[in-house]
Design a protein around this ligand. Structure first.
Ligand code: ADP
Length: 563
């Protein structure tokens, strides 16, 4: 039984077949739908052959029920579609390549490469979409899969999106036959973010390691309970050990430090374990070459939510250079102190001992002058007068030198001194000069300072004395003020005198240096040298600011006590 449509077609072509034995279906197998008596339909295979009997042609038909085959084919088609839908919907990018070209890409793979349809990539060489850095690897992988049929273990390589941007891809390949071609089934994932994060981390680690090496600072971390300890590369370098051979721990670490410093280190670590915040600890590390490295260690306890110490983190810093220069400085300071003391003693002894013979010369010269004045010729009178004057000047110089050396050798201890009182005393000592010059000296309220009161008086006296001595045409006006600056008092003695040329500002503090002749202004040039020495002995400084013709201001500092 055949369905109506088939029957109609049969009736159209069959008469011609009977005559010629020719027909489209002859010699072929055709799939048809047959109908049973009960009206149900089923698939059949119809094979037709033509046989001639006399003038007529007969058709020999072989009909086979193919219901089971059809069912199997349907099931296969369904399963293939199911499989394809899994691949199409997989979140993971999957593609098939054969002969080095893309043959199939699932939507996730298309998205990965930045394609909107597979026509943009299908049948294109895979290598065109691989970053030059990864081309050698991918070329070799394609060969391995296609020629040897071997799988490729997971890899990370650089690919290119269609817009040219770089993709870091993690993937794996299994050999796969696609539509009869030998190729590979490739599972890939975009790991650009992860790679970037890893690169950033690597860059940060590099930066940390470089900065630690430049600063010669290493760091470490120890878990208190397990004792697990990690060191940075610089920490290993500072202790002169290799990370390949040395396993850092509380015990092994102590063995690296100088035996004399080990007890202190043990105590330090004990305090850490007891949960105390430990102070800095300095220790030495003997190195292979026999030298010693000085290290400053600093640690910090890390506590958990219940405030229990769980970890210690810390840094170790190489302070060898600092210690060496400190030692050198100490040595130099000692040397300097010694030579300074020697010099002071020399100046004192020399000036003190010179006084005696000079007094003799001076008194005999004066005797000579008194007794023989006018009795010898006029030249002799003049010569004797020169000699008397020279001896006087020499005496003055020796006195000055003695006064200068006494600033340190005969100075008194520092006590709290009312600077106002010292100033008052200085002004009392200057009564004659003030009266004579009609000077007006004013001052701000002055603080209590830690000083040698006699020397503070001398300082004020010398500066105010000079302010009066080096006056201009106007009657001298002198003002003493003070200002607190951070850790020191800055005193100023300001005048309206002749001023000092900028090029002489430093010279005037040197012993016996003067800018004028004794005839213009009397003096020996010792005053400011003494003032400078007094200021320095008190831990301060002395300097001047001045404008020729407009007056000068001398400043000196005294440290604020207790700071
Ligand atoms: P002296 O007063 O004995 O000359 P000083 O050491 O006190 O020695 O001063 C050195 C030089 O500094 C002085 O000769 C003078 O030229 C200059 N000088 C000091 N104080 C003043 C001042 N207030 N004004 C101008 N010049 C000054």
């Amino acid at each position: 039984m055949a369905p109506a449509a088939l029957r109609r077609r049969f009736e159209e072509v069959f008469p011609a077949f009977l005559k010629t034995g020719q027909g489209a279906a002859v010699g072929k197998t055709t799939e048809l739908t047959a109908r049973r008596k009960d009206g149900s339909e089923f698939p059949v295979d119809l094979s037709l052959a033509a046989v001639q009997k006399g003038q007529e042609w007969h058709a020999v038909a072989l009909v086979r029920d193919i219901t089971d085959r059809k069912r199997a084919e349907e099931a296969l088609r369904e399963s293939q579609e199911g499989f394809r839908s899994v691949v199409e919907n997989a979140p993971e990018a999957i593609f098939v390549a054969a002969q080095g070209c893309f043959r199939y890409l699932n939507p996730a793979a298309l998205r990965l490469f930045g394609a909107t349809s597979d026509s943009e990539l299908l049948n294109q060489p895979v290598l065109e979409h691989v970053h030059p850095d990864s081309r050698a690897y991918v070329t070799q992988a394609i060969q391995q899969v296609e020629k040897l049929g071997a799988p490729i273990p997971p890899w990370v390589q650089k690919y290119l999106r269609l817009d040219g941007t770089v993709l870091d891809i993690e993937g794996s390949v299994v050999p796969f036959i696609y539509k009869g071609e030998k190729g590979g089934l490739v599972f890939v994932r975009d790991v650009s973010e992860r790679t970037r994060a890893e690169e950033e981390l690597r860059a940060k680690e590099y930066l940390l390691s470089e900065s630690q090496s430049i600063a010669r600072v290493g760091s470490w971390e120890a878990t208190l309970q397990s004792g697990a300890t990690t060191w940075t590369p610089e920490a290993f370098r500072l202790f002169g050990v290799s990370p390949d051979t040395f396993v850092p721990s509380a015990e092994t670490f102590v063995s690296l430090i100088h035996p004399d410093d080990q007890p202190a280190m043990q105590a330090w670590m004990g305090a850490c374990l007891a949960g105390l915040e430990p102070p800095d600890l300095e220790f030495r590390v003997p190195l292979q070459d026999g030298s010693v490295r000085y290290i400053n260690g600093r640690g910090h306890l890390v506590r958990d939510a219940e405030h229990k110490p769980v970890r210690m983190v810390g840094v170790v810093q190489d302070i060898t250079d600092f210690r060496r220069s400190e030692e050198l400085l100490l040595l130099r300071t000692e040397e300097l102190k010694r030579s300074n003391t020697e010099l002071e003693q020399f100046a004192y002894v020399a000036s003190h001992d010179l006084q005696e013979p000079l007094r003799m010369v001076s008194s005999y010269m004066q005797l000579l002058a008194r007794r023989y004045q006018g009795k010898l010729d006029s030249d002799a009178d003049e010569f004797i007068a020169f000699a008397v004057d020279g001896a006087k000047r020499m005496q003055q110089l020796i006195n000055d030198l003695l006064a200068f050396s006494r600033v340190t050798t005969k100075g008194h201890d520092f006590k709290p001194v009312e600077a106002d009182a010292s100033l008052k005393q200085a002004l009392a000592n200057l009564t004659a000069a003030i009266g004579e010059s009609q000077a007006i000296v004013t001052s701000d309220p002055l603080p209590v300072v830690s000083a040698d009161s006699g020397q503070l008086t001398q300082l004020f006296q010398n500066l105010i004395g000079n302010a009066i001595k080096f006056r201009g045409k106007e009657p001298p006006r002198v003002h003493v003020s003070v200002e607190r600056q951070a850790k020191e008092w800055v005193f100023s003695v300001q005048d309206n005198g002749i001023g000092i040329e900028p090029r002489h500002l430093d010279r005037i503090f040197v012993i016996f240096q003067r800018l004028h002749s004794a005839a213009e202004y009397p003096g020996t040039g010792i005053g400011l040298a003494i003032c400078k020495k007094i200021a320095e002995r008190h831990g301060g400084r002395l300097w001047v600011t001045s404008e020729p013709g407009a007056g000068s201001t001398f400043h000196f500092t005294i440290p604020v006590k207790g700071l």
